[in-house]
Design a protein around this ligand. Structure first.
Ligand SMILES: NC(=O)c1ccc[n+]([C@@H]2O[C@H](COP(=O)([O-])OP(=O)(O)OC[C@H]3O[C@@H](n4cnc5c(N)ncnc54)[C@H](OP(=O)(O)O)[C@@H]3O)[C@@H](O)[C@H]2O)c1
Length: 337
């Protein structure tokens, strides 16, 4: 059976990468799944098979260049070609730069930026041999703007946008090869649960949180109609505009905004999250933040409806009492004269 597409996905064990693997498989693609967690990849391979795709799981640490070379070779040995390569592997941490251990900073950049560089080095020769290929780098709006407590991630994502631009310029001699960057805002995946934490408080994504399905749809759209860049999550795009137009105002505003909207009031001991090792039980596509937020909005609406009803009833009662007092005064006035 001829496969519609052969797609390599890094970060395929969780979140956006896992959702993309399922979606490509449902379209009858051959998918090559890469991440560190062998157990989670085996589950994803089964999910892909159930959706009609053919899957090959290749446990890979993308911060190891030789491992990424092997991944590309295994994909070509299995399916004969690579049409699309999706770079979705990433790790991140929360903590002031001065509190973030050096090895954690390095591993985040090694995974989130250099992992994508190694992928490009592994797959571009194959794309040139075939005369076609699409490299999809999942960046972030944090490649356009910045926020406190996530210095290594912001460093990696800014670097990734620059790297992708240079690739595009150098690949003008190969019209069949395209490099697409996808820039999501906050997405409802386990990445926040996976993050290392050195600020001692739990963290949540900055609202509004987008469904991972929307990013997966963008990846599929890019695979059908390759384009330079796709932004997912328009509200966060406004942040990027403020950042560009009034950088001083942005710098002043962003820390109180993050403290109020992302740092929760629940204490949390420092930990390295999944920066160095995978945690397969937490690997899902969706992490439930939107359900949580909908419940909060529902509760807030109920409370404000209750407060409005009470205030209206109170105002009516006061109004009635004033009306009675006024009628008593009018009634008594002639007697007073
Ligand atoms: N969620 C958001 O709010 C958001 C917003 C903008 C951009 N993004 C980007 O979207 C992409 C996917 O993130 P996500 O939200 O889906 O996060 P996620 O659920 O935490 O998934 C991250 C994936 O990366 C893999 N990974 C981590 N370290 C690795 C390593 N050294 N080698 C190979 N694989 C590794 C993880 O698998 P193992 O642990 O099994 O290795 C996992 O499959 C990332 O590039 C992220 O920066 C996410």
């Amino acid at each position: 059976m001829k496969l519609r597409q052969v797609v390599v996905i890094t970060g395929a064990s969780s979140g956006i990468g896992r959702g993309a693997a399922q979606a490509f498989a449902a379209r009858g693609a051959g998918v090559v799944l890469a991440a560190r967690s062998e157990q989670a990849l085996t589950e994803v391979a089964r999910e892909c098979g159930e959706r009609g795709g053919r899957a090959l799981a290749v446990p890979t640490d993308v911060s190891d260049e030789e491992a990424v070379q092997i991944l590309a070779r295994r994909a070509v040995e299995k399916f004969g070609r690579i049409d699309v390569w999706v770079n979705a592997a990433a790790v991140w941490s929360y903590g002031r730069f001065e509190d973030t251990p050096g090895p954690v900073f390095r591993q985040i950049v090694d995974t989130t930026l250099l992992g994508q560089v190694y992928a490009a080095r592994a797959v571009l020769p194959q794309f040139r041999t075939q005369g076609h290929g699409l490299l999809i780098n999942i960046g972030s709006l944090y490649g356009r703007l910045s926020a406190p407590y996530i210095a290594p991630y912001v460093t990696a994502k800014w670097g990734l946008l620059g790297f992708s631009e240079v690739l595009r310029q150098e690949l003008r001699d190969a019209p069949g090869i395209t490099v697409c960057t996808i820039l999501p805002g906050a997405v409802d995946t386990p990445i926040y649960r996976h993050a290392a934490n050195y600020i001692g408080r739990q963290i949540r994504p900055l609202p509004p949180v987008t469904s991972p399905d929307r990013v997966v749809t963008a990846v599929l759209r890019a695979a059908d109609h390759p384009q330079r860049e796709i932004v997912v999550g328009q509200t966060h795009r406004i942040g990027a505009w403020i950042h560009r137009l009034t950088p001083r105002f942005y710098d002043r505003l962003i820390t109180p905004f993050v403290n109020a909207c992302a740092v929760r009031n629940f204490p949390l001991p420092s930990h390295h999250g999944t920066v160095f090792t995978a945690d397969s039980p937490t690997h899902t596509v969706d992490d439930g933040w939107r359900r949580h937020d909908h419940r909060l909005v529902g509760r807030a609406l109920m409370v404000s409806a209750g407060v409005t009803a009470l205030a209206t009833a109170g105002a009516r009662a006061v109004h009635r009492r004033r009306g009675q007092t006024r009628s008593v005064t009018i009634h008594q006035a002639p007697t007073a004269r």
